[in-house]
Design a protein around this ligand. Structure first.
Ligand code: NAI
Length: 253
């Protein structure tokens, strides 16, 4: 289903972006809506979600906020259901919600491991399963999972996060093989050091040390990640599945 001639490239498409009330998720929701997609944005905090949705008012595609915890089974099903009911279909799923709970392996608490796995990996499985059921019937779809450089190269102090993000890469590759039969394309985007609230929480000295390893010599912007997601969601990416795209200024080559 594509838009009328001259219409924005994603008009007629319906998308879900998890954790879209700020940072990279918000930039992705904005870019998809600018290109004409109708977007359901999820987040846990109703007030923050409402102001995010308001900030996206007036773009080509309409944006709807749904309060949902991506790591909860019922919420994932409800979110996919909301897209189907409110937008009539589901073409694009962006699994963006993520958290960090950093610490050295020897001191890491069970709860820090479990929560990071739940939000960063289990949530991706839950959302992909719920969304795939809709996309299977349509015999088309794009799933884009936000992983991390940490999932490819490992980060000291982030054993839980690196393991979860590496898990997202495995999940992306396995499901790309399974879902290709229904023309559902599954890819991952791995950002490096991007300027958001998540990286603002990294102590200045650690951030400086990371930045020193970035050949382009600067942090990336959420928009620069969103551009890759927009490409993978669009008509230029019809023969791409099971891949990981790094947006990292050369941090990991
Ligand atoms: P952020 O902390 O600014 O935003 C994360 C969003 O996810 C927030 O809106 C938060 O409320 C939401 N969220 C967290 N847990 C949730 C849950 N259980 N259910 C629903 N929403 C939830 O982070 P940022 O930087 O925008 O990160 C977005 C994604 O990009 C994450 O998956 C993160 O791991 C990944 N990433 C970020 C990098 C960076 O340098 N900022 C680098 C590599 C990956």
């Amino acid at each position: 289903m594509s838009g009328a001639p001259g219409a924005p490239p994603l008009s007629g498409k319906a998308a879900i972006v998890t954790g879209g009330s700020r940072g990279i998720g918000l930039a992705i929701a904005a870019l998809l809506a600018e290109r004409g997609a109708a977007v359901v944005v999820s987040g846990r905090d109703a007030d923050r979600l409402q102001s995010a949705v308001k900030s996206l008012d007036g773009l080509a595609g309409r944006v709807v906020g749904v309060v949902a915890d991506a790591a909860k089974h019922d919420d994932a099903d409800r979110l996919a259901g909301a897209a189907r009911e409110q937008l009539g279909r589901l073409d694009i799923l962006v699994n963006n919600a993520g958290i960090t709970r950093d610490g050295l392996l020897v001191r890491m608490k069970d709860d820090d491991w479990d929560r990071v796995m739940e939000v960063n990996l289990r949530s991706v499985f839950l959302m992909m399963r719920a969304a795939s059921k809709v996309m299977l019937r349509q015999k088309s779809g794009r799933i884009i999972n936000i992983t991390s450089t940490a999932g490819a190269m490992g980060n000291a102090g982030q054993a839980n996060y690196s393991a979860a993000k590496a898990g997202v890469i495995g999940l992306t590759k396995a499901s790309a093989r399974e879902l290709a039969h229904w023309s559902i394309l599954v890819n991952a985007v791995a950002p490096g050091l991007i300027e958001t609230d998540m990286t603002a929480a990294i102590p200045e000295s650690a951030r400086g040390a990371l930045l020193a390893q970035v050949p382009l010599g600067r942090m990336g912007s959420p928009r620069e990640v969103a551009e890759m997601v927009g490409f993978l969601a669009g008509d230029g990416a019809t023969y791409i599945t099971g891949q990981v795209f790094h947006v990292n200024g050369g941090l990991y080559i």
